[in-house]
Design a protein around this ligand. Structure first.
Ligand code: B1M
Length: 210
């Protein structure tokens, strides 16, 4: 079994200690931080999602898997940090109201920060007015929204409507993402961009600001 598979399995088991141990071994062996995340840690959580859907895993196990994933990300994070880079721009980002999923959002933040963006993290379960206030306070170039539930995706449209109403829409680019979100949905609600992963999200922000 490959180390990546071992790592994914440790995430599925929700074994934080093992996840940390394998992650560290992989880093010591010179594996790329991004590959460890994408091909090990995320693969594990994807499998958890499938088993949850099929009724083979339940919420407490899903929480343990998420916790274990975070243990691995913590070790990788310092290696992704940007070094004395000029600020590429400011991004205000949050997981929308009603939604508590933050692993994907945090990876997006990690990637953006390592590419020189100044990121204001509003956290999870972020109501529309908090996004608006943050745009007024921080004057970002980009507003990023994450949603993992089909039931919370419509909040993204509410935020865009509120930006319009407050005459702030033309001042910012809106980028959205999260497992159920698509390019079609982004077009439908008038977002400027959709990104399927953290790397694309960061590239998209760079492009939108040029
Ligand atoms: Co939840 N959950 N969950 N969950 N959970 C999903 C999302 C689900 C698909 C599982 C399933 O049924 N297969 C399902 C949603 C179904 C649907 O709506 N279609 C689901 C459900 C139903 C629920 C609950 C309702 C369960 C319950 O209580 N009955 C509940 C809801 C709680 C709430 O939010 N109100 C719930 C709870 C939880 C936990 C708390 C246990 C935990 C979250 C812990 C945490 O985040 N701190 C959890 C987890 C771990 C998952 C799965 C297994 C994994 C999510 C994840 O972190 N993926 C998930 C199944 C799945 O998605 N495969 C599932 C890894 C992460 C790196 O990927 O977040 O997609 P992702 O982020 C990616 C890209 O999407 C993108 O970049 C990231 C990195 O590549 N991206 C962006 C994300 N945001 C972006 C923003 C951008 C750009 C790109 O621009 C700004």
């Amino acid at each position: 079994m490959s180390k990546y598979q071992e790592l994914a399995n440790a995430v599925i088991k929700g074994d934080t200690q093992q996840v940390k141990q394998i992650t560290q071994q992989m880093l010591d062996a010179g594996e790329q931080p991004l590959a460890i995340i994408n091909e090990g840690l995320i693969q594990g959580l994807n499998e958890v999602g499938i088993r949850f859907k099929e009724g083979e895993m339940f919420v407490p196990e899903m929480m343990m898997a998420a916790q274990a994933m975070k243990g691995g990300v913590e070790l990788v994070k310092p290696l992704m940090a940007g070094t004395d880079m000029p600020t590429a721009g400011t991004v205000v980002i949050g997981t929308v109201k009603g939604d508590l999923h933050d692993i994907g959002k945090n990876l997006v933040i990690m990637m953006m920060e390592s590419s020189g963006f100044n990121v204001v993290d509003l956290g999870v379960d972020v109501p529309v007015d908090k996004f608006i206030q943050a745009v007024k306070d921080h004057k970002p170039q980009v507003v990023g929204m994450s949603a993992l539930l089909t039931t919370t995706m419509p909040v993204m449209k509410e935020v865009i409507n509120a930006l319009d109403k407050e005459n702030l829409r033309s001042a910012v680019k809106v980028v959205i993402g999260g497992a159920p979100v698509s390019k079609e949905y982004a077009d439908e609600i008038g977002a400027d961009g959709y990104a399927g992963d953290a790397v694309v999200a960061t590239e998209m922000c760079k492009q939108l600001l040029n």
